[in-house]
Design a protein around this ligand. Structure first.
Ligand code: UGA
Length: 419
């Protein structure tokens, strides 16, 4: 928002994050974000605080961007952070204001929150609510925010629509589609998009299972499918499957909400999408175990990758760490390397060993698993790694390497869905 020219005050309850951001440090790894942060701090358009009252005195428009993780005890979304933001902000709004939700929420939440603002705010119904879901991908966050492929605004208020048109004017002028819907459709657009993306990944991973049964090659299959532009090649990458803070919890929360709405059968296929995805993790472990003779007990394993995807330090529901931890629990000595996610991984998985280079992670390994497709791993030299491993065996969990190249350098190469 500051980069687009607006005066912005960012609010968070975590003082350490506010301190870090105020001094120009992004408290997580996101390519390009530090430049945008420091440029806009220096321009005076961007400040940070933990003080809601300051925000309420300052702003005309509020964006709610807090997380909605999965509940610990069910598939449903945990709305405590959204609720806390609403309950803290609402009593402070004395002037007509526009509140735009960006958090991913179960359909129906925006209507409930609208009623809460009307009930709790001194400004009453002059607080108007819209919902504008966020479609950015981690690791492409800056680009996706400045140049989104669409802007969706759910509202029945002409004023909210007008404000969002003003805020998005430079993007609309560049031809970015701007769609206005009712609140519930906007909420659904977000979860439907993530459900579709998860389904596409699990579709190709289901094909990988079939390919393995008959000795076919899922990479060739995916490429041949991709030339049909009704299918397309994006999100058709077979391998270890999806993780992260979004797709897994969003499909589960969507199923939970469908259940509450009495349309559970409509989304029962997402259970299968989730199950296919989980099976990829188990299959990767099975392939590695097979390569070392059937048991991990007392064996040495090198793992390349900890983040849920490359160019991120996010380890939430990371398939790589899930696989690494399971292999560790089966008795192997597992050493993990990741270019950016090591600190987060160490905190969450103290039982694993961590190395600060790729070569150190695979030293003496009897099998190597590539589980996050960082560029550094894609371009790894099979001879360089071959010199330090105990046995030249690699499981390419992301179909990131050229099998012929690695086999030509003496490696036993295995991947999901390929002969
Ligand atoms: C996802 C969506 O792509 C965004 O549009 C959405 O805004 C975001 O969730 C969100 O809800 O906030 P993100 O979680 O950052 O974005 O990551 P993706 O790029 O979607 O990747 C998700 C997972 O799928 C990763 O673990 C990745 O390795 C895996 N994946 C992706 C595959 O296994 N195969 C593919 O072909 C593509």
């Amino acid at each position: 928002m500051a980069e687009l020219g607006f005066e912005v005050l960012g609010v968070d309850v975590d003082q350490s994050k506010i301190d870090s951001l105020s001094s120009g440090r992004v408290p997580f790894y996101e390519p390009g974000l530090e430049d945008v942060l420091t440029r806009n701090l220096a321009a005076g358009r961007l400040r940070f605080t933990t003080d809601y009252a300051q925000a309420a005195a300052f702003a005309d428009v509020y964006f709610i961007c807090v997380g909605t993780p999965q509940q610990a005890t069910s598939n449903a979304a945990d709305l405590r952070y959204v609720d806390a933001a609403v309950e803290t902000l609402a009593p402070l709004l004395t002037r007509p204001s526009v509140v735009i939700g960006k958090s991913t929420v179960p359909v129906g939440t925006a209507a409930r929150i609208t009623a809460q603002f009307h009930a709790l705010s001194p400004a009453g119904e002059a607080v108007e609510v819209g919902w504008s879901p966020e479609f950015l991908r981690e690791s492409h966050g800056v680009e996706d925010t400045l140049n989104p492929n669409r802007i969706v605004v759910g509202t029945d208020s002409p004023r909210v629509e007008q404000v969002m048109r003003e805020i998005s004017a430079s993007q609309i002028a560049r031809g970015i589609p701007f769609l206005v819907t009712d609140l519930q459709t906007a909420e659904l657009v977000k979860v439907a998009a993530n459900a579709f993306l998860a389904t596409k990944i699990s579709f190709i991973n289901a094909m990988a299972e079939v390919c393995e049964a008959v000795g076919a090659d899922v990479i060739q299959l995916a490429e041949a499918l991709s030339h049909d532009d009704r299918i397309g090649g994006k999100f058709l990458g077979p391998g270890l499957g999806f993780g992260g803070g979004c797709l897994p919890k969003d499909i589960r929360a969507f199923m939970a909400r469908a259940d509450e709405l009495g349309v559970e059968p409509a989304l029962s296929f997402l259970r299968e999408v989730d199950a296919i995805n989980q099976r990829r993790r188990a299959r990767t472990i099975d392939i590695a175990r097979g390569l070392i003779g059937g048991s991990f007990a007392g064996r040495t394993v090198g793992v390349l990758g900890a983040a849920f995807k490359p160019n991120s330090d996010d380890i939430r529901d990371s398939p790589a760490l899930d696989v690494a931890a399971t292999i560790g629990s089966l008795g192997a000595r597992v050493t993990v390397y990741d270019p950016e996610a090591l600190e987060n991984a160490k905190r969450a998985y103290p039982q694993l060993n961590f190395a600060h280079t790729m070569v150190e992670a695979v030293r003496d390994a009897e099998v190597v698993l590539l589980l996050t497709e960082w560029a550094e791993f894609r371009s790894a030299d099979p001879d360089e790694l071959g010199k330090v491993v105990a046995e030249k065996r690699i499981v390419d969990g992301r179909n990131a390497l050229d099998p012929d190249h690695w086999r030509a350098h003496g490696w036993t190469y295995r991947a999901l869905g390929r002969p």
